[in-house]
Design a binder for this molecule. Structure first.
Ligand code: 0O2
Length: 205
């Protein structure tokens, strides 16, 4: 049976939106590298949210499984994670992203200066990105949401492990695990600050 994509005719466009946005970030990285000798991020993780996850998210949020809900009410069909070596680079990249001509910032959450109670740290941006292709409303140029999560390597390591453990609800000792995870997050945040200081010391030599 051929089930239609929740993204409808936009299913073929979403990978192109993702590719175009990543190309913007890669070009920014090359430019910074040519000016300073060092790239600004470590790596990118980019994905179009799978059909299955999008359908599950619509249901979880009490929304019907339609193209409009997937691309207008939910804002992370296109997602990019930017992993940096140093904490300060995150805030520099945020400024670069704000300056991309076809990008409008819709919302931002700074879970770095305001970590979540569980210890989660990351900087989130929801962007409205203008592209030369049709969007969910049939307009050309089109507007697509792009979710960007910016984290250091340490923040990303913690988030990946915590994400894995979240799905193992049957483990005993939940209280201890939660408090140990929080302790690790805070220690890693301390390491990020120390690494930042070390870079400063090396650069000022
Ligand atoms: P997935 O599978 O990673 O896509 P939203 O649920 O997106 O509508 P919310 O909760 O306001 O709205 O968004 P927020 O706080 O910006 O978080 C969205 C995403 O950030 C999550 O996506 C996770 O990827 C990540 N995130 C937020 N909090 C945590 C956390 O405590 N631990 C970890 N590991 N990741 C977190 P999804 O859709 O939940 O999941």
């Amino acid at each position: 049976m051929n089930v239609e994509s929740i993204y409808g005719n936009c299913a073929q466009i979403l990978p192109k939106v993702l590719e175009r946005f990543c190309a913007e970030l890669e070009s920014m990285d090359r430019r910074v590298k040519s000016e300073t000798g060092e790239g600004i991020y470590e790596h990118l993780i980019a994905r179009v949210k799978s059909e299955e996850s999008m359908r599950e998210k619509c249901t979880r949020k009490g929304l019907p499984q339609t193209k409009s809900c997937a691309l207008r009410d939910i804002t992370d069909a296109v997602g990019v994670r930017v992993i940096t070596r140093f904490r300060d680079d995150i805030f520099k990249i945020v400024e670069y992203i704000r300056a991309i001509p076809d990008v409008e910032v819709v919302s931002e959450k700074d879970y770095i200066r305001n970590a979540k109670p569980n210890g989660y740290r990351s900087y989130h941006m929801i962007l409205s990105y203008t592209v030369p292709w049709e969007d969910a409303d049939g307009s050309v140029p089109g507007h697509y949401y792009v979710e960007v999560q910016l984290r250091t390597i340490a923040m990303d390591t913690w988030a990946s492990l915590e994400h894995q453990l979240k799905y193992k609800k049957d483990i005993g000792n939940q209280k201890l695990i939660v408090s140990e995870l929080k302790r690790c997050a805070d220690e890693l945040a301390g390491c990020d600050l120390s690494m930042q200081t070390i870079r400063g010391l090396i650069r000022s030599e």
